[in-house]
Design a protein around this ligand. Structure first.
Ligand SMILES: Nc1nc2c(c(=O)[nH]1)N[C@H]1C(S)=C(S)[C@@H](COP(=O)(O)OP(=O)(O)OC[C@H]3O[C@@H](n4cnc5c(N)ncnc54)[C@H](O)[C@@H]3O)O[C@H]1N2
Ligand code: MOO
Length: 415
């Protein structure tokens, strides 16, 4: 067993993430879900379009469909009929004629151009309507061509794509009513500690409310995984071991918070060593230094630090990429660091990369950011009131107000 008192070399966040990513493999089981339940699900197979979208040439504007070559100066075109969306227009259109057409209606055979109704002068003689074009249109103007959005046979999405709201619309536009996706990753969570009380109950002296379970469950929901909440446990080895065994039997992943630092009163560490292989790491980030990762038979284990903000930061920055890989997500979005001018001085000690909680906004001179109150890793208000991290690299010390700093807007897990 490792001796918790022996200082370990600190890993960078990138090293920790790379080591974990190298170990895990994506789940492979597939399920079929109807489109209206497919949001945030990961495609198990590529989607190939079996049709053109649009399926036919149609009008992009309300106006008149015509042959551009028929337009001669001061020569009106006779209106030969009307083409409405959803209704076939089958009449042959004589030369030097046009058809009144509505947006989305099929372009009548032989015609090649639509002129907006605002750009024609309409007149009527002997029950016959006719138009005079005010401008000479380019051939094909205001016509949406068959297949110009999506071509029959084209790959629309690759396997591993996580479906977003617009994607569901696009699949619907192809007539796809259900999709083959990977089953959801099942993530068990629990909180543990004699000092913890569930919200809604009276708080005895020397106790705090269990907040980590609520933040962690909500962040996991945002990621689109299935959450198995095993509740709040006392510091009782039998109860903790039972919860571990349940997670191992029912979940792909177990995420706990607390018990990963050097304190004495944690049975968690002993039980983890008994049930599987778990490494206790020191990661050079603040907050979030103590962190555990390993495997309990077939169940991956992530031990987040107990301090609430440290739990949030490690879940978002270290665990999120691994959960995305386990869920089968390909081409994970890389976090985009932005530059902003910091309105306030920042306190920092060199040694770890800081994820200070900040609020950024745009003003006339560019992006600005400020911290909001204390940066203690026990204070959830520091993250609840923030919309980004101010990322200060390992070697950096304190900074005066006015410096340009790197900011990392919150990911979907916190946004
Ligand atoms: N001597 C040292 N002490 C500590 C170190 C260290 O390096 N040397 N690291 C500190 C850091 S950094 C962190 S972070 C914490 C992490 O400790 P643990 O993960 O072992 O967690 P605990 O000590 O059990 O709890 C820490 C803190 O979090 C509160 N907590 C725990 N669970 C919850 C919950 N579900 N909801 C709300 N709050 C929770 C707990 O009451 C403690 O206050 O260790 C430092 N110590
Ligand atoms: O993880 Mo601790 O301070 O870094 O809260």
């Amino acid at each position: 067993m490792q001796d918790a008192r022996v200082p370990k070399p600190m890993l960078s966040a990138e090293q920790a993430v790379m080591q974990m990513l190298a170990e895990v493999r994506a789940i492979t089981q597939q399920v079929t879900v109807p489109l209206n339940q497919a949001l945030d699900r990961v495609l198990a197979q590529p989607v190939i379009s079996s049709m053109n979208v649009p399926g036919y040439d149609n009008a992009a504007m309300d106006g008149y469909a015509l042959r551009a070559g028929d337009i001669q100066p001061n020569q009106p075109l006779a209106v030969a009929g009307i083409a409405l969306a959803g209704h076939a227009f089958t009449d042959k259109v004589p030369s030097a004629s046009c058809v009144r057409i509505m947006t989305g209606a099929v372009l009548p055979a032989g015609l090649d151009t639509v002129v907006m109704q605002e750009q024609v002068t309409l007149s009527e003689t002997d029950m016959q309507q006719q138009i005079l074009c005010q401008l000479v249109p380019a051939v094909g103007e205001h016509v949406r061509r068959a297949g110009e959005d999506i071509c029959q046979g084209a790959q629309v999405f690759a396997a591993g794509h996580k479906l977003r709201p617009a994607d569901l619309g696009l699949l619907a536009s192809l007539g796809i009513a259900q999709v083959q996706v990977l089953r959801q990753l099942k993530v068990a969570i629990f909180s543990c500690g004699d000092e913890l009380i569930p919200p809604g109950q009276a708080l005895p002296e020397g106790h705090i409310y269990d907040s980590n379970r609520y933040v962690i469950a909500a962040m996991l929901q945002r990621l689109g995984v299935e959450v198995l909440d095993l509740g709040l446990l006392p510091d009782d080895p039998a109860a903790i071991e039972q919860a571990f065994l349940r997670a191992m039997a029912q979940a792909d992943v177990l995420i706990t918070s607390a018990g990963v630092s050097v304190g004495d009163a944690d049975y968690t560490r002993q039980i983890l060593h008994k049930l599987g292989q778990v490494n206790f790491w020191q990661v050079a980030i603040k907050p979030g230094k103590p962190f555990a990762f390993g495997k309990l038979q077939a169940c991956w284990f992530f031990g987040l630090p107990g301090n609430p903000v440290a739990a949030v930061v490690t879940l978002e920055q270290l665990v999120q990429p691994v959960l995305r890989k386990l869920s089968g997500e390909g081409g994970q979005p890389s976090a985009t660091l932005l530059k902003a001018q910091c309105d306030v001085p920042l306190k920092k000690q060199p040694g770890r990369r800081d994820y200070q909680r900040g609020w950024y906004w745009q003003d006339t001179t560019g992006l600005k950011v400020k911290t909001l109150g204390s940066q203690s890793s026990g204070m959830l208000s520091s993250i609840a009131n923030a919309n980004c991290y101010i990322v200060l690299e390992r070697d950096s010390g304190s900074l005066p107000a006015g410096e340009m700093v790197s900011i990392l807007p919150f990911s979907v897990m916190l946004g």
